[in-house]
Design a protein around this ligand. Structure first.
Ligand code: 3DU
Length: 211
Protein backbone atom coordinates (compact mmCIF):
# COMPACT_ATOMS: atom_id res chain seq x y z
CA UNK A 1 0.00 0.00 0.00
CA UNK A 2 1.20 3.50 -0.81
CA UNK A 3 -0.87 5.97 1.15
CA UNK A 4 -1.65 9.51 0.09
CA UNK A 5 -1.04 11.84 3.03
CA UNK A 6 -2.44 15.35 2.72
CA UNK A 7 -0.07 17.93 4.19
CA UNK A 8 -2.53 20.55 5.41
CA UNK A 9 -0.29 23.60 5.65
CA UNK A 10 -2.98 26.24 5.35
CA UNK A 11 -3.24 28.96 7.99
CA UNK A 12 -6.95 29.65 7.99
CA UNK A 13 -9.04 27.37 10.18
CA UNK A 14 -12.21 27.26 8.09
CA UNK A 15 -10.26 26.87 4.84
CA UNK A 16 -8.31 24.01 6.43
CA UNK A 17 -11.51 22.25 7.49
CA UNK A 18 -13.11 22.80 4.07
CA UNK A 19 -10.10 21.42 2.18
CA UNK A 20 -9.68 18.49 4.57
CA UNK A 21 -13.33 17.49 4.22
CA UNK A 22 -13.15 17.69 0.43
CA UNK A 23 -9.91 15.72 0.17
CA UNK A 24 -10.61 13.13 2.90
CA UNK A 25 -12.31 10.60 0.58
CA UNK A 26 -9.23 10.65 -1.66
CA UNK A 27 -6.61 10.47 1.11
CA UNK A 28 -5.36 7.98 3.70
CA UNK A 29 -4.09 10.39 6.37
CA UNK A 30 -3.71 14.09 7.12
CA UNK A 31 -0.46 15.69 8.27
CA UNK A 32 -0.66 18.90 10.30
CA UNK A 33 2.30 21.03 11.35
CA UNK A 34 3.18 24.37 12.85
CA UNK A 35 1.55 26.55 10.16
CA UNK A 36 -1.98 25.32 10.91
CA UNK A 37 -1.60 24.66 14.64
CA UNK A 38 -0.03 28.06 15.30
CA UNK A 39 -2.82 29.72 13.33
CA UNK A 40 -5.79 27.70 14.53
CA UNK A 41 -4.70 26.10 17.81
CA UNK A 42 -4.03 22.50 18.75
CA UNK A 43 -7.80 21.94 18.99
CA UNK A 44 -7.88 21.77 15.18
CA UNK A 45 -6.81 18.14 15.63
CA UNK A 46 -10.06 17.37 17.40
CA UNK A 47 -12.09 18.80 14.49
CA UNK A 48 -10.01 17.03 11.84
CA UNK A 49 -10.25 13.73 13.72
CA UNK A 50 -13.98 13.71 12.94
CA UNK A 51 -13.06 12.96 9.30
CA UNK A 52 -11.94 9.53 10.46
CA UNK A 53 -8.42 9.62 8.98
CA UNK A 54 -5.18 9.12 10.91
CA UNK A 55 -3.68 12.48 11.92
CA UNK A 56 0.08 12.97 11.83
CA UNK A 57 1.65 15.77 13.90
CA UNK A 58 4.61 17.15 11.98
CA UNK A 59 6.30 19.03 14.79
CA UNK A 60 9.76 17.62 14.03
CA UNK A 61 10.22 17.25 17.78
CA UNK A 62 13.88 17.88 18.61
CA UNK A 63 14.55 18.50 22.29
CA UNK A 64 15.87 16.77 25.39
CA UNK A 65 14.01 13.58 26.34
CA UNK A 66 11.88 15.15 29.10
CA UNK A 67 10.70 18.00 26.87
CA UNK A 68 10.04 15.57 24.02
CA UNK A 69 7.86 13.51 26.37
CA UNK A 70 5.87 16.59 27.42
CA UNK A 71 5.40 17.68 23.78
CA UNK A 72 4.32 14.24 22.59
CA UNK A 73 1.89 13.78 25.48
CA UNK A 74 0.14 16.98 24.36
CA UNK A 75 0.17 15.81 20.73
CA UNK A 76 -1.51 12.49 21.47
CA UNK A 77 -3.94 13.96 24.02
CA UNK A 78 -5.07 16.36 21.28
CA UNK A 79 -6.12 13.44 19.09
CA UNK A 80 -3.13 12.88 16.81
CA UNK A 81 -2.28 9.29 15.92
CA UNK A 82 1.37 9.82 14.99
CA UNK A 83 4.20 12.26 15.63
CA UNK A 84 7.26 13.17 13.57
CA UNK A 85 10.53 13.68 15.47
CA UNK A 86 14.04 14.71 14.50
CA UNK A 87 16.67 12.07 15.14
CA UNK A 88 19.72 14.31 15.52
CA UNK A 89 19.16 14.99 19.26
CA UNK A 90 20.01 11.32 19.74
CA UNK A 91 18.48 7.98 20.66
CA UNK A 92 17.27 8.96 24.14
CA UNK A 93 15.34 11.92 22.73
CA UNK A 94 13.78 9.75 20.01
CA UNK A 95 12.97 7.02 22.52
CA UNK A 96 11.02 9.57 24.61
CA UNK A 97 8.80 10.21 21.56
CA UNK A 98 8.45 6.50 20.80
CA UNK A 99 7.48 5.75 24.41
CA UNK A 100 4.89 8.55 24.44
CA UNK A 101 3.50 7.25 21.14
CA UNK A 102 3.27 3.71 22.46
CA UNK A 103 1.57 4.87 25.68
CA UNK A 104 -1.12 6.46 23.51
CA UNK A 105 -1.36 3.63 20.98
CA UNK A 106 0.21 5.87 18.35
CA UNK A 107 3.19 5.94 16.01
CA UNK A 108 6.48 7.84 15.81
CA UNK A 109 8.41 8.67 12.63
CA UNK A 110 11.93 10.07 12.47
CA UNK A 111 13.27 12.47 9.84
CA UNK A 112 16.14 10.60 8.19
CA UNK A 113 16.82 13.02 5.34
CA UNK A 114 15.06 16.18 4.19
CA UNK A 115 13.91 17.06 0.69
CA UNK A 116 15.03 20.65 0.08
CA UNK A 117 18.36 21.58 -1.61
CA UNK A 118 20.01 22.82 1.59
CA UNK A 119 19.38 19.48 3.31
CA UNK A 120 22.56 18.22 1.70
CA UNK A 121 24.58 20.35 4.14
CA UNK A 122 23.90 18.19 7.18
CA UNK A 123 21.82 15.22 5.95
CA UNK A 124 24.85 13.73 4.17
CA UNK A 125 27.97 11.64 4.66
CA UNK A 126 26.31 8.74 6.41
CA UNK A 127 24.18 10.84 8.76
CA UNK A 128 20.83 9.60 7.33
CA UNK A 129 22.07 6.03 7.73
CA UNK A 130 22.98 6.73 11.37
CA UNK A 131 19.52 8.20 11.90
CA UNK A 132 18.04 4.98 10.50
CA UNK A 133 20.10 3.06 13.07
CA UNK A 134 18.40 5.16 15.78
CA UNK A 135 15.04 4.20 14.31
CA UNK A 136 15.97 0.52 14.66
CA UNK A 137 17.39 1.01 18.16
CA UNK A 138 14.35 2.88 19.51
CA UNK A 139 11.68 0.85 17.77
CA UNK A 140 10.27 3.88 15.94
CA UNK A 141 7.76 3.10 13.23
CA UNK A 142 9.62 4.50 10.26
CA UNK A 143 11.35 7.41 8.60
CA UNK A 144 10.69 10.55 6.60
CA UNK A 145 12.76 10.48 3.40
CA UNK A 146 12.95 12.81 0.38
CA UNK A 147 10.76 12.24 -2.67
CA UNK A 148 13.04 14.69 -4.44
CA UNK A 149 15.83 12.06 -4.36
CA UNK A 150 14.47 8.60 -5.18
CA UNK A 151 17.99 7.15 -5.24
CA UNK A 152 18.41 8.18 -1.60
CA UNK A 153 15.04 6.66 -0.70
CA UNK A 154 16.22 3.42 -2.29
CA UNK A 155 19.41 3.53 -0.21
CA UNK A 156 17.48 4.27 2.99
CA UNK A 157 15.06 1.40 2.27
CA UNK A 158 18.11 -0.87 2.58
CA UNK A 159 18.60 0.55 6.07
CA UNK A 160 15.05 0.38 7.42
CA UNK A 161 13.80 -2.84 5.83
CA UNK A 162 10.07 -3.20 6.37
CA UNK A 163 9.66 -0.12 8.54
CA UNK A 164 7.54 2.56 6.90
CA UNK A 165 8.92 5.33 4.71
CA UNK A 166 6.80 8.47 4.41
CA UNK A 167 8.02 10.79 1.68
CA UNK A 168 7.48 14.55 1.22
CA UNK A 169 8.65 16.61 -1.74
CA UNK A 170 6.17 15.46 -4.38
CA UNK A 171 4.67 18.13 -6.64
CA UNK A 172 5.62 21.63 -5.49
CA UNK A 173 9.19 20.59 -4.61
CA UNK A 174 9.62 18.71 -7.89
CA UNK A 175 9.31 15.10 -6.75
CA UNK A 176 7.57 12.77 -9.21
CA UNK A 177 4.94 10.38 -7.79
CA UNK A 178 5.67 7.92 -10.62
CA UNK A 179 9.30 7.71 -9.47
CA UNK A 180 8.65 7.47 -5.74
CA UNK A 181 5.32 5.72 -5.07
CA UNK A 182 6.62 2.17 -5.41
CA UNK A 183 9.53 2.88 -3.06
CA UNK A 184 7.58 4.24 -0.11
CA UNK A 185 4.61 3.57 2.16
CA UNK A 186 3.23 7.09 2.10
CA UNK A 187 3.37 10.04 -0.31
CA UNK A 188 3.12 13.34 1.57
CA UNK A 189 1.61 16.04 -0.65
CA UNK A 190 0.83 19.60 0.36
CA UNK A 191 0.71 22.57 -2.00
CA UNK A 192 -0.10 20.65 -5.16
CA UNK A 193 -3.33 19.53 -3.47
CA UNK A 194 -4.37 22.29 -1.03
CA UNK A 195 -3.21 25.02 -3.41
CA UNK A 196 -5.21 23.66 -6.35
CA UNK A 197 -8.46 25.24 -7.48
CA UNK A 198 -10.15 21.88 -6.88
CA UNK A 199 -8.21 20.11 -4.09
CA UNK A 200 -10.30 16.93 -4.30
CA UNK A 201 -9.61 16.62 -8.04
CA UNK A 202 -5.92 17.32 -7.43
CA UNK A 203 -5.86 14.55 -4.81
CA UNK A 204 -7.65 12.18 -7.20
CA UNK A 205 -4.80 12.65 -9.68
CA UNK A 206 -2.63 10.66 -7.23
CA UNK A 207 -5.03 7.71 -7.27
CA UNK A 208 -2.99 5.72 -9.84
CA UNK A 209 -0.04 5.82 -7.43
CA UNK A 210 -2.02 4.63 -4.40
CA UNK A 211 -1.64 0.88 -4.31
O1 3DU B 1 6.03 20.78 -0.47
P1 3DU B 1 4.62 20.50 -0.05
O2 3DU B 1 3.73 21.69 -0.10
O3 3DU B 1 4.06 19.30 -0.78
O4 3DU B 1 4.64 20.11 1.51
C1 3DU B 1 5.50 19.16 2.06
C2 3DU B 1 5.28 19.04 3.54
O5 3DU B 1 6.18 18.09 4.08
C3 3DU B 1 5.50 20.32 4.32
O6 3DU B 1 4.64 20.29 5.45
C4 3DU B 1 6.92 20.21 4.80
O7 3DU B 1 7.16 20.93 5.98
C5 3DU B 1 7.05 18.72 5.04
N1 3DU B 1 8.40 18.19 4.89
C6 3DU B 1 9.11 18.35 3.76
O8 3DU B 1 8.63 18.94 2.79
C7 3DU B 1 10.41 17.82 3.68
C8 3DU B 1 10.94 17.14 4.69
O9 3DU B 1 12.14 16.61 4.58
C9 3DU B 1 10.18 16.97 5.83
C10 3DU B 1 8.91 17.51 5.89
Amino acid sequence: MTDLILSLDVTDRSEALRIAAAVAPEADAIKVGYPLVLAAGLGIAHDLAELGLPLIADFKVADIPNTNTLICEQVFAAGFSAVIAQGFPGPDSVLACVDAARAAGGECYVVAEMSHPGARTFFSEGVPERLCAIVAETGADGIIAPATRPERVRALREQVGTKKILSPGIGAQGGDPAAIAALVDGMIVGRSIYGAEDPAAAARAYAPYRR
